[in-house]
Design a protein around this ligand. Structure first.
Ligand SMILES: NC(=O)c1ccc[n+]([C@@H]2O[C@H](COP(=O)([O-])OP(=O)(O)OC[C@H]3O[C@@H](n4cnc5c(N)ncnc54)[C@H](O)[C@@H]3O)[C@@H](O)[C@H]2O)c1
Length: 299
C-alpha cells in the first residue's frame, strides 16, 4: 500500500497498516485539539457600551468567560470599574474600564483609542447603552425625546463610526446592536424609545450593506421584556402602574401574559443569541434584527 502524507509518498506493508492508521488518527486528534486551543486563545477583543449594569454587564461577563478581552464602557465610571473588578476576579485576566458617554464623539473616539492601545484590535462592538424615557405624545417634552434618540440611535452611530476604521483595516469585525421588541412595532406611550429602536434597525441594515465588502457583519438583537432587570425594578413597574392605574404586580403579570412562552426574557436568552451572532458560525448572517422574545411578535 502507498499513502501520501504532507506531499510525500510512503510505502507501507500489510503488517504496518494498523499502526499507521492508529498514528494518523492520533495526529488528526492532536491537530483538532491544537485548533481548539488556538480558538480558545485567539482572545477576541470586545467593546460593550453600557456595560456597567443590567444587560450590558451580563454580556461583558459572558464574553469574558468565553475568553474575550472586554472593554467595559459606561457613562457611570464607578459601575464600569466595578464590572471590570468582577470580570478580573472571575477570569484572572485584565479587563478595561472606559468612562465614556456614547453621545459625545470625542469620548467615543477616546474609547476606541484606549481599547486599541490595550489590545491592538477590535473584533466585536456591542452597542448596548440605552435609555427609556416614556410618555405620550403630549406628555413627553422635546428635550426628553431628543435625549432618547441621542443615546439609543446617535450613540450607536458614533460607536460604529469610530470602530469601523479599525475593523476595515483588520478586514474583519462584528457589530451587534442591542435593539428591542419595541424596534419591531409600536409601543403604547413609548414613542421616543420605539422610534429610536426602529431607526436603529434601519441603521443596522444600512451599515450591514455598506460594510459587507470589508468583512464586517452588522446585526441587531431585539430582546423581549427583561422583567427582572434594574430598568424594570427601579423604574418601569412604577411608571406603568401609574399610567395604567394598576399595581406593579399586575403590570408584571400583564407583560408575562403577553408572551406565548409565558416567562420574561432573561440575560441568558440574549447572551445565547449574542454569542452565536458574534461567532464564525454566523458568518453568513448580516443585516438582521433577531427577535429573542418568547414568540411575542406573533401576538
Ligand atoms: N430592560 C429591558 O427590558 C430591555 C428590553 C429590550 C431591550 N433592552 C435594551 O437593552 C439595553 C440595556 O438595557 P438595560 O435594561 O440593561 O438598561 P440599564 O438602564 O440597566 O443599563 C444601561 C446602561 O447603559 C449606561 N448608559 C446609558 N446611557 C449611556 C450613555 N449615553 N453612554 C454610556 N453609557 C450609557 C447606563 O449607565 C447603564 O449602565 C438597552 O439598549 C435597552 O434599550 C432592554
Amino acid at each position: 500500500m502507498q499513502v501520501d502524507c504532507y506531499g510525500r509518498r510512503f510505502r507501507i506493508d500489510r503488517k504496518e497498516g494498523p499502526l499507521v492508521v492508529f498514528l494518523f488518527r492520533n495526529l488528526l486528534e492532536v491537530k483538532l485539539l491544537s485548533k481548539f486551543i488556538e480558538l480558545m486563545n485567539s482572545q477576541q477583543v470586545a467593546i460593550v457600551t453600557g456595560g456597567g449594569q443590567g444587560l450590558g454587564q451580563a454580556i461583558c461577563r459572558r464574553l469574558a468567560e468565553a475568553g474575550a478581552h472586554v472593554a467595559v464602557v459606561d457613562r457611570n465610571a464607578e459601575t464600569a470599574r466595578a464590572t471590570v473588578h468582577e470580570l478580573e476576579r472571575l477570569t484572572g485576566r485584565p479587563a478595561l474600564a472606559v468612562h465614556a458617554d456614547v453621545t459625545v464623539e470625542d469620548e467615543v473616539a477616546a474609547m476606541v483609542a484606549q481599547t486599541v492601545a490595550a489590545w491592538g484590535r477590535i473584533d466585536l462592538l456591542v452597542a448596548n447603552a440605552g435609555v427609556v424615557i416614556s410618555g405620550s405624545v403630549t406628555e413627553l417634552d422635546s428635550a426628553g425625546f431628543r435625549r432618547v434618540i441621542d443615546v439609543n440611535l446617535t450613540g450607536y452611530f458614533l460607536c460604529a463610526k469610530h470602530v469601523v476604521p479599525i475593523m476595515k483595516a483588520q478586514r474583519h469585525g462584528v457589530i451587534i446592536q442591542i435593539n428591542s421588541i419595541s424596534g419591531m412595532r409600536g409601543s403604547f406611550g413609548n414613542g421616543a424609545y420605539c422610534a429610536s429602536k426602529a431607526a436603529g434597525i434601519g441603521l443596522t441594515q444600512s451599515l450591514a450593506l455598506e460594510l459587507a465588502e470589508h468583512g464586517i457583519r452588522v446585526n441587531a438583537i431585539c430582546p423581549g421584556h427583561l422583567l427582572d432587570s434594574p430598568l424594570w425594578v427601579n423604574s418601569l413597574y412604577k411608571q406603568y402602574a401609574a399610567r395604567f392605574q394598576i399595581t406593579e404586580e399586575e403590570v408584571r403579570r400583564r407583560y408575562i401574559d403577553a408572551v406565548p412562552l409565558r416567562r420574561p426574557c432573561t440575560y441568558e436568552d440574549v447572551c445565547n443569541a449574542l454569542m452565536f451572532l458574534a461567532s464564525d458560525r454566523a458568518d453568513y448572517m448580516t443585516g438582521l434584527a433577531i427577535n429573542v422574545n418568547g414568540g411575542q411578535e406573533m401576538r
